[in-house]
Design a protein around this ligand. Structure first.
Ligand code: TNX
Length: 720
């Protein structure tokens, strides 16, 4: 082959690599032209920055080891230049790469930051490790880009599961790489108060901890330890600064007037009538609501929110407003007197009154209120309040129709605590959905008129954490898996205009897998496809990930080709790609269950609403009439002894370790009379593989005094 020919081929190869690199940018840029050639970052090349951009020069040198020079001392030569051009819009940028150098020009600081994110995506993925060495190559190009919405948010619930400042910083890093620019921190809820308030140190001294000797009861697991944590104002200031460097604004939320069980345990006097609060309740707690008529309550809130307003630069403070149980107010003589005095029609109007008072506190501190969608029901919420539409699409339609600036985050698309497929972990109340569903979100198809779209302030993903605390391995792993890659789709909906086609997006998403790997994100891959035909079991993936399988719960082995077997129900497949992994998938036979006739009895009596027959007929959950004490039992008597491959019984609800026997053990019987101990409960459940003898009866025995709930949930046995 002639020299010119091979050069041509090399050039073509380089060009197609460059084109590839550019077309993987996520979120998709407005316009992107890839040119011939490239720029090579070599040692000694400086980053030259305009006034006000020093923090970004420092930021980018963590990823690309360059020399920092401010532009007064600059002399010509190859460089990375960071510039401002205020004819570009807010957060907009232009990225120009030629063989002579790289220029990132932003309409403002945020624009330069966004341009740098695009640059990072054009570099080899190792740049994200912050340990990459030069040279590093970036394809020549010109990209002109700006966001569709200036609010591209993510909410973290640090109240139910405590996440310390370092973990939040990591999350800020990961989300800001996708140009997400708002972090909504849910800082208070029934189970935790997470920010130091100097005028009321008891709020964190007591309220940051639940369980153990704390007056704050655990509701969602971790029953036996004192668990929690909080940010000092100092730490929060540092976090705000850290986020700010990354173009992320932190919006604090203090959830009012409901979801306040925590502060109500520290200051019981804030509740209606101030009755002693000794009763154990299930799940949502009606005594979590502030009394609306007590004047001192507004003084306490003024103290708290005054400090919050001083600490956070964000214009909006989120004051909650969701899921208010109004029965307390209707039973409270003071609230009833308030109601007639102020001419308030109903509970919603009382909520409005309460939030209106809180809003005035914010205004006095130069801030505005953000609220959850229920807060608009009273009809008088000031129009300058920002509404977060969470419940469903209708709630977002309602808020935008009423003229509220709305952050759109319906659970069925944007709640990343929802399960991603039926057999995975997570909630399912809003929907079971994966990244594809998030990506399919479309204002037009959801029924937003252009006028309503004009009121859309932006979009937000949410990670609620009541179930997170009981996941193993606890924490970063599960958070990553639930949020990535769904957050990538969210980022694109917030940033990019234009048509959305799943295959095109999925191609770019796969292009981002290496970047996620380099960031150490334990992201979710799409489940492998598994088929069983003519005695052959096979699995496939379409993303280049590595397939593995287990047989009968054995160790994970590499999958090299179809497996000949007569027992496909024993196999599970999963795929892995760097730090990513798919869920485990079996054939339909794996999930098929037997439903032998069974009678259920307990020592705790039966709830009328949820009788045992529901679980006996495999139709849903049943409940006992009271909570458990030491020695209480649940018994399953089967009509016929049966054999099986696997049997599992559980107390409590799926996904949440609540309404369970907190501790206990399981006994098996082959004759229905004599029982033998078979194992301990873990999170209220127990499982046995390959029972040696036919099973006639099972008994679960409690070794705990109470479970923090007023009853125990009884489930059907799961037999495979
Ligand atoms: C509803 S979203 C809630 C949260 C839960 C979440 C679980 C909202 C304003 N309220 O308290 O954590 O569902 O998905």
């Amino acid at each position: 082959m002639g020299k010119s020919k091979s050069l041509q081929i090399l050039l073509l190869l380089a060009l197609s690599a460059a084109a590839n690199a550019a077309t993987t940018i996520l979120p998709r840029p407005n316009s992107c032209d890839i040119h011939e050639g490239q720029f090579v970052f070599t040692p000694g090349i400086p980053v030259i920055y305009a006034p006000g951009l020093e923090a970004l020069a420092e930021y980018i040198t963590e990823y690309i080891p360059l020399r920092q020079i401010d532009d007064r001392t600059w002399t010509a030569g190859q460089s990375l230049r960071l510039l401002i051009d205020d004819t570009l819009g807010a957060e907009a940028y232009r990225l120009e790469v030629t063989p002579q150098g790289v220029r990132v020009t932003g309409g403002d600081y945020g624009g330069v930051f966004n341009g740098l994110q695009t640059l990072l995506q054009l570099l080899p993925p190792e740049a994200y490790t912050k340990h990459a060495t030069l040279p590093m190559t970036v394809p020549a190009c010109r990209i002109v880009d700006e966001p569709r919405f200036h609010y591209r948010g993510m909410m973290l619930d640090v109240a139910r599961t405590w996440m310390d400042a370092d973990r939040v910083k990591r999350h800020i890093d990961l989300m800001s790489h996708l140009k997400i620019n708002k972090l909504h921190l849910h800082l208070s809820d029934d189970e935790g108060w997470r920010l130091e308030i100097k005028s009321h140190p008891e709020l964190t001294e007591i309220g940051a901890w639940r369980g153990g000797d704390s007056p704050v009861w655990p509701v969602y697991g971790k029953w036996d330890e004192k668990y929690g944590g909080f940010y000092t104002q100092e730490q929060m200031r540092d976090l705000i600064h850290y986020a700010g460097v990354r173009n992320v604004e932190i919006i604090p939320e203090f959830d009012l007037p409901a979801h306040s069980r925590n502060i109500a345990r520290v200051h019981p006097e804030i509740l209606c009538n101030y009755t002693p609060d000794l009763e154990v309740t299930a799940g949502y707690d009606y005594r979590s609501v502030w009394c609306a008529a007590r004047e001192e309550n507004y003084r306490l809130l003024a103290d708290i929110l005054g400090e919050v307003a001083d600490l956070f630069p964000s214009e909006y403070i989120h004051i909650g407003g969701d899921e208010v149980d109004m029965t307390q107010w209707s039973r409270c003589p003071d609230c009833q007197a308030l109601k007639s005095r102020e001419g308030l029609a109903d509970g919603h109007a009382i909520e409005q009154y309460f939030l209106g008072r809180v809003n005035r506190i914010l205004e006095a501190n130069g801030k505005r209120a953000a609220v959850w969608n229920e807060a608009i029901r009273g009809g008088n919420l000031p129009r300058n309040a920002r509404v977060h539409g969470w419940k469903d699409v209708d709630a977002c339609l309602e808020a935008t129709a009423q003229g509220y600036r709305t952050v759109v985050m319906p659970g069925a698309y944007f709640y990343f605590d929802m399960r991603q497929s039926p057999h995975e972990e997570g909630h399912d109340w809003a929907a079971i959905f994966d990244v594809r569903k998030t990506y399919s979100f479309d204002f037009g198809k959801c029924g937003f008129t252009p006028a309503q779209v004009a009121n859309v302030f932006g979009v937000e993903g949410a990670f609620w954490s009541e179930a997170y605390v009981s996941h193993e391995p606890e924490k970063p792993d599960y958070l990553d898996y639930m949020t990535f890659p769904r957050i990538c789709a969210l980022a694109e909906i917030g940033w990019s205009e234009g048509v959305r086609e799943w295959p095109e997006f999925y191609r770019r998403l796969k292009g981002y897998y290496d970047a996620m790997g380099a960031q150490g994100i334990r992201f979710r891959l799409m489940p492998p496809r598994v088929t069983y035909r003519n005695g052959l079991l096979s699995a496939s993936v379409e993303d280049g990930s590595r397939l593995t399988y287990t047989e009968d719960d054995s160790e994970e082995k590499p999958y090299t080709g179809p497996i000949r077997t007569q027992t496909p129900e024993l196999y599970l497949f999963r795929s892995r790609y760097q730090s990513g992994r798919s869920p485990k998938v079996g054939t339909p036979a794996y999930y098929r269950t037997l439903q032998p006739a069974v009678k259920i009895s307990t020592s705790m009596g039966e709830s009328k609403e949820f009788p045992y027959v529901r679980a006996e007929e495999y139709r849903g959950i049943a409940r006992t009439a009271r909570t458990c004490r030491k020695g209480d039992w649940i018994r399953y008597d089967f009509e016929e002894p049966f054999t099986c491959r696997e049997i599992a019984v559980r107390t409590g609800n799926l996904q949440l370790p609540r309404f369970i026997f907190t501790t206990g053990y399981v006994e098996l019987s082959t004759d229905g009379e004599t029982f033998e101990r078979a194992g301990e409960l873990a999170k209220g459940g127990w499982m046995l593989r390959h029972p040696e003898r036919p099973i006639r009866a099972i008994r679960i025995v409690s070794t705990c005094e109470g479970n923090g709930c007023p009853y125990v949930t009884v489930q059907s046995p799961v037999i495979k």
